[in-house]
Every structure is written in structure tokens, then in C-alpha cells.
Design a protein around this ligand. Structure first.
Ligand code: ADP
Ligand code: ASP
Ligand code: MG
Length: 449
């Protein structure tokens, strides 16, 4: 078996869905399980309803839902056999309208946001399963929610792996054995008592990997809108090249520091069984893509010590200066307990003799964190920062690489520098506006023009 996951742009409209169908048709003998995202931008549009609900703007909510239904109807018109699926989507959209009308003037809870955001995948998967059947494939729509059982940390739920794996096997293996192609949703799950959850933004890749591990597939295919994992985001570095191969560790570091092409947790379920991930372009299915596997050998990366550069905006730096305390026993632990209590994830950490700098992305509990940190020392907060991360197993082995890195980033721009414990990444925190320039200079220095 294989898992084939199609992201938002790969299911954006009827033409994209027709390409998906032909890709699946070319892989029937591998017994594919198809995981789909919502049609491109639909998750954003659904989440944009929340502030309209909160401000009590009923007519705007109705209009936005009508527009989403229109978007799906337009897609369905280009695809044979989708009438009944479209009718189901229409009815569910009406139900959503009624639910949100009851909530007008109130703030949606995280659970409410998940019930809303997950609609996009439910609708896209119904449409795509129907279109596949209409095109002569033996497709079966599968609701992933009773399979993907998660905890109740809404908007960023974690799967209960054992339950999920056994349910995935008992549902999906017999379907594949009988020659059916399961079509299911990425991103969504539910708590054990049936309340809808999501795995966090971009989570469909993670769904695909979790199912791939459960089913012990040959490979997990991630179909997207670029040729694979590249030497940098092609939107920032137009001359970026596609990597033939990368290791799990490299892929995870790149994703954590901004390479949106993969969700940061994608590799994690696959490490144990050594199942490869292949990142492929759904508009150019004959390109080789990038293979992410246990030991992408060094020689496959040419002569650069680094494999790729990633870039992440919207970062806040917190600097804690505590000259007398820093060396004191237990100081760092006390500091990290503050972050832990508020469930705020720290991405990058650097310390000097008198201060600690760290970065966070999530600003929702920042005020509380800062007020508690102020009891430990003098706290400075800087918004509008970005992380630039260079990643490559060659960083560990190549002499002189640090000097070249510093020359390329031009240290005046850099506020925090940190090397990950794995020694395969080096991160720089810069002002957001300086970020693209730093990425371009590093790319020129290490990865060609
Ligand atoms: P999907 O909808 O298929 O999940 P995403 O938009 O989540 O696709 O991810 C694909 C995008 O990731 C690309 O269009 C590209 O702009 C961006 N990206 C960022 N860094 C990289 C990288 N290193 N390699 C490839 N793509 C990258
Ligand atoms: N549709 C979801 C999102 O936009 C999940 C995904 O596409 O991976 O975040
Ligand atoms: Mg994605």
C-alpha cells in the first residue's frame, strides 16, 4: 500500500482534481489510500468566519458560507458524478449556517474553531471521492474522525497513536484488499467522545504520515505545488533547486523553521519503520521529486555542507537579563517552567553570561509569560523578527563553514545565533525585513546562484 496526500493547491479546482485522479489511476497496483486537504484557501475562509460570528454580523456569515458553497459547486460542475456529493455539502453548509447563527455575538471556543475549520476537508473529500467514482475508479469515502482519535487540545490536538493505528488498520486494510481506494481527510480528528478536533494548520501531511505508519506502507507521497523539498522557498529565492534527497532529521528541522512544504511532525511517525516520504509536484507528476529517507547519503547533496535554508516570519524574541541569577542553580529551569505552564513553545535559545534570548511564535499567552519572567530579571520583548535556519548534515563535518556562514549573513543584522543540539542546523534571528536578503545571500554563498 501507499498513502498519497494532496494539498490544497493540488485539489484547488476541477482541473487539479482531474490531475489527482490520473495520478491515482497510475498507481492502482500500489493500493493507494488518498488523503486530501481542503480546496486551496478554504480553511482560511472558514476560520475568517469566527470574527464575523463574534461581532454578530449574521449577513456577512451567510454570504461567506454561500460563497464557499459556490466555490465547491463550481468545482463540482467540472467533474462528472458529483451531484449527490454536492447536495451533501450544501446541506452541511446549511447546518453550519444554523450553528453559527446560534453563536452570533459570542467568541468561538477552540473546540468551536476546530468544528468550523475541519469542514473544508470533509467537503473536499466528499467531492473528490465522488469525482473519482465518476471517472471510473472504485473509490470509497472514509470519515477519518472516528479513526483519528486525539486528545482534546483543540486546534493542535495530538493523536492517540495506538487506538488510531488499530482503527486505521481495521478500516483501511480490508478496503484496499477488496480493491477499493479509500479517500479520506487530512487535518481532522475527534476526541474519544466524538468532538471534532484538528492537528494544527498544515496538519494533512501529518495525517498522511500517521496513516502511513499505521498501515506500514511502502511510501508516503506528499503531492504539492512545487517539485519537492527545495534549497530554499522558491518564493524568496527564485533560483532555488529541488533536492533529490534529504534525511528525516533535515526535513524536520527545515519544516520547524519555516519550510511550509512539510508539516514539522511529518517525518516523526515514519522514523521507526524507515518508511520514505516522497514530495512530488501534482502539476508535473513525472518529475522525480524529493525522497526523504533514513539515510540520505552525503554524496547525494553535491559539495555543499548545507542542504537548504528556511525562513519563518512572525517571530518574537524575549530577552531575559539577570546578571546575578543566571549562573545560579535552577535559574534556567525556573525560566522554562514559566513557558511550560503557559504551554508556549520555544523555538530557538541562546544564552550568554548575563542574559538568555529565546524565540516564540505563539503570542497568545505572551503577557502572562512576560509578567512572570519579570520576577526573574529584566525582560525585553521584540516583535517583527524572523528565523533563518541553514540545515544540512554537512554542517557537522565541514571545517570553515561557520566563517562562511557569518560572512554571508553579515552579523550586524543578526540578533540571536544558535546551533541545534543535532548540529545539523544553525539558526539566525533577524529583523523580518532583513530576512529575505539574508536567505538570498546564504543561498548564493552555499547553494549556487
Ligand atoms: P500544500 O497545500 O500542498 O500542503 P503548502 O503551501 O503547505 O502546500 O506548501 C508548499 C509551499 O511551501 C510551496 O509553494 C513553497 O512556496 C513553500 N516552501 C517553503 N519552503 C520550501 C522549501 N524549502 N521547499 C519547497 N517549498 C517550500
Ligand atoms: N487545510 C488545512 C490547512 O490549511 C490542513 C492542510 O492543508 O494541511 O491548514
Ligand atoms: Mg501544507
Amino acid at each position: 500500500m501507499i498513502v498519497a496526500k494532496f494539498g490544497g493547491t493540488s485539489v484547488a479546482d476541477a482541473a487539479a482534481i482531474r490531475r489527482l485522479i490520473e495520478i491515482i489511476r497510475s498507481r492502482l497496483s500500489a493500493q493507494p489510500v488518498v488523503v486530501v486537504s481542503a480546496l486551496a484557501t478554504v480553511t482560511d475562509s472558514l476560520l475568517a468566519l469566527a470574527p464575523l460570528v463574534e461581532s454578530g454580523n449574521g449577513p456577512a456569515v451567510d454570504a461567506a458560507i454561500l460563497a464557499l458553497v459556490g466555490r465547491h459547486a463550481e468545482t463540482a460542475r467540472g467533474l462528472a458524478g458529483t451531484e449527490a456529493a454536492m447536495e451533501r455539502i450544501r446541506r452541511d453548509a446549511e447546518a453550519l449556517c444554523r450553528e453559527l447563527t446560534r453563536m452570533l455575538g459570542r467568541r468561538l471556543s477552540p473546540a468551536g474553531l476546530d468544528a468550523l475549520a475541519g469542514r473544508g476537508e470533509l467537503w473536499s473529500s466528499q467531492l473528490i471521492a465522488a469525482a473519482m467514482s465518476g471517472a471510473g475508479l472504485d473509490a470509497a469515502w472514509v470519515d477519518i474522525r472516528p479513526i483519528m482519535i486525539t486528545d482534546d487540545r483543540f486546534t493542535r490536538a495530538s493523536p492517540q497513536v495506538e487506538v488510531m493505528e488499530s482503527r486505521a488498520r481495521s478500516t483501511l486494510v480490508p478496503l484496499a484488499a477488496s480493491g477499493k481506494i479509500a479517500v479520506t481527510q487530512g487535518f481532522v480528528g475527534s476526541t474519544a467522545d466524538g468532538r471534532p478536533t484538528t492537528l494544527g494548520r498544515g496538519g494533512s501531511d501529518y495525517t498522511a504520515a500517521l496513516l502511513g505508519a499505521a498501515l506500514e506502507v511502502e511510501r508516503v507521497e506528499i503531492w504539492t505545488d512545487v517539485n519537492g523539498l527545495m534549497t530554499a522557498d522558491p518564493r524568496i529565492v527564485p533560483s532555488a533547486r529541488t533536492l533529490a534527497a534529504a534525511s528525516y532529521e533535515e526535513a524536520a528541522e527545515l519544516a520547524t523553521f519555516g519550510a511550509k512544504v512539510l508539516h514539522p511532525a511529518t517525518a516523526q511517525p515514519l522514523v521507526k519503520a524507515g518508511i520514505p516520504i516522497v514530495v512530488l509536484n501534482s502539476t508535473r507528476p513525472d518529475e522525480a521529486g524529493t525522497i526523504i529517507e533514513p539515510s540520505a547519503e552525503l554524496e547525494r547533496m553535491g559539495n555543499s555542507p548545507i542542504r537548504s535554508i528556511s525562513f519563518k516570519r512572525g517571530i518574537t524574541v524575549i530577552n531575559v537579563r539577570a546578571p546575578r541569577m543566571l549562573g545560579a542553580f535552577g535559574f534556567l529551569r525556573t525560566m522554562f517552567e514559566v513557558f511550560e505552564r503557559h504551554e508556549v513553545v520555544v523555538d530557538v535559545l541562546a544564552s550568554s553570561e548575563v542574559s538568555v534570548s529565546l524565540t516564540v511564535e505563539d503570542r497568545s499567552h505572551l503577557d502572562a509569560v512576560v509578567s512572570e519572567l519579570s520576577e526573574l530579571g529584566e525582560v525585553r520583548v521584540e516583535h517583527g523578527r524572523a528565523i533563518v535556519a541553514v540545515v544540512g548534515v554537512g554542517l557537522k563535518h565541514t571545517p570553515g563553514v561557520a566563517a562562511r556562514l557569518f560572512k554571508a549573513v553579515q552579523p550586524d543584522n543578526v540578533e540571536v545565533i544558535s546551533q541545534g543540539a543535532s548540529a545539523i542546523n544553525m539558526t539566525f534571528v533577524v529583523r523580518e525585513e532583513d530576512g529575505p536578503g539574508v536567505v538570498q545571500r546564504l543561498h548564493r554563498e552555499f547553494l549556487g546562484t
